[in-house]
Design a protein around this ligand. Structure first.
Ligand SMILES: *Cc1c(COP(=O)(O)O)cnc(C)c1O
Length: 396
């Protein structure tokens, strides 16, 4: 178990999957008014685009692929530089690298998302994209990022993999940049085991992404003419079984977020104010997704000791989410002549060494949130977890 969506797999998912299985039609393509074609992937795309508020959505096989496809669709060229925070899942970097780009690592701030003040100094004539990552469900500072992107003519791709359903100043994340990418792996807010979603308002980008995700086809494989194919594609399709689960999960998303916010507020209020410790800065308090609660300490040693007491780790120890622990990525950066040593982002290193993630909905030791609550925790359990954390901090 990991993400809140997985905790809530139930009758709705079973019903959707059985609907597909009894139809015997497992591929995403079919004739929409054929009663034996249940068009779950198609419906998921329509409902998700409505939910996010974009013109288009394409369901794909994973979040990493979603980012990779989108970069290609946005026209990335070999050697293009992509500004990206030093705190993100390694998939953001690998998607950039596989698409031919160069990740340019950038500092975070106490929101644990990209630090807008550090972006402009990273810009060179080769910079083409900014990928803000809405880490741990917290929206990046999109006003400032959009301003910088506009000034320097950069495209924004929102890595919203950890922030499905979250928003920023009234807009859903994923709808602010050129393209938004989401993941449905088991660690995320909602899940279909694996899966990804791409959203965009741009028709050209939709068409290109669709073609790349399926052998160069036009959207929904409609109207393809031999002899007129302009784009080559691969196969990153989602099938109807995954689509069925994702659809049932999407229909629970608002409820999941509401419950997480309620439980998170209780956990936070029960822990209360403690001198020398503050909560992660939220760029939109109501908009963030409520999947995690992050404490930031003034003193690094105290943070390390508290983490030990609750059998957890400070965030800087994550091997999958902190640039400095990603030997394979650093090795690649060295090869392409980018800064590649531990310590190249001192502010990021410092903040993460003082931070502890408490799970609210995403229980994942890899993310440093092995300690905390989950979406099914009772009030009594939440009070106990809060008490344990508070005492650990006060006695350290
Ligand atoms: C999970 C995640 C991804 C990749 O998603 P997959 O579906 O596992 O491929 C990309 N970026 C971030 C920030 C993530 O957390």
């Amino acid at each position: 178990m990991s993400g809140p969506g997985e905790y809530w797999i139930g009758e709705e998912e079973k019903e959707q999957v059985l609907d597909v299985l009894s139809s015997g039609h497992l591929s995403r393509y079919g004739v929409l008014d054929d009663p034996d074609f249940k068009h779950k992937v198609y419906t998921l795309e329509k409902e998700f685009a409505d939910y996010i508020g974009t013109n288009y959505c394409i369901a794909v096989s994973g979040g990493t692929n979603a980012i990779y496809i989108s970069l290609l669709a946005l026209g990335i060229q070999p050697g293009d530089e992509v500004i990206v925070p030093g705190y993100t899942f390694c998939a953001t970097y690998t998607a950039i690298i596989f698409a031919g780009g160069i990740p340019v690592l950038t500092e975070i701030d106490e929101s644990l998302t990209i630090n807008p003040d550090d972006i402009e100094k990273r810009i060179t004539p080769n910079t083409k994209f900014i990928i803000p990552v809405h880490m741990l469900g917290n929206p990046s500072n999109m006003d400032k990022i959009c301003e910088i992107a506009k000034k320097h003519n950069l495209k924004i791709l929102e890595d919203s993999c950890q922030a499905i359903g979250a928003g920023y100043k009234g807009k859903k994340l994923g709808s602010i940049g050129e393209v938004g990418c989401f993941s449905l792996n088991n660690h995320k807010t909602i899940s279909s085991g694996d899966g990804g979603l791409i959203v965009t308002d741009r028709e050209d980008c939709y068409k290109k992404s669709f073609a790349i995700h399926d052998q160069g086809h036009f959207p929904l494989r409609a109207g393809l003419e031999l002899g007129k194919r302009e784009i080559m594609g691969m196969n990153f399709r989602m099938n109807e079984l995954s689509g069925a689960v994702a659809l049932a999960q999407l229909r629970k998303l608002n409820k999941i977020t509401a419950v997480l916010h309620r439980k998170k507020n209780l956990l936070r209020d029960q822990i209360g104010e403690i001198p020398g410790m503050r909560w992660r800065k939220l760029n939109d308090i109501e908009g963030e997704s409520g999947t995690l609660l992050t404490a930031i300490f003034e003193d690094r040693n105290r943070a390390q000791k508290v983490a030990e007491k609750i059998s957890s780790k400070t965030v800087n120890h994550s091997g999958w989410h902190v640039y400095s622990n990603m030997e394979h990525i650093l090795y690649h950066l060295k090869k392409v002549g980018q800064p590649h040593k531990k310590g190249i982002l001192p502010r990021t290193d410092d903040i993460l060494s003082r931070s502890i993630n408490l799970s609210v909905g995403v229980v994942d030791a890899g993310l440093g949130s092995g300690f905390g609550i989950n979406i099914n925790s009772t009030e009594e359990e939440i009070v106990n977890v809060a008490k344990k954390f508070r005492e650990s901090v006060l006695n350290t």
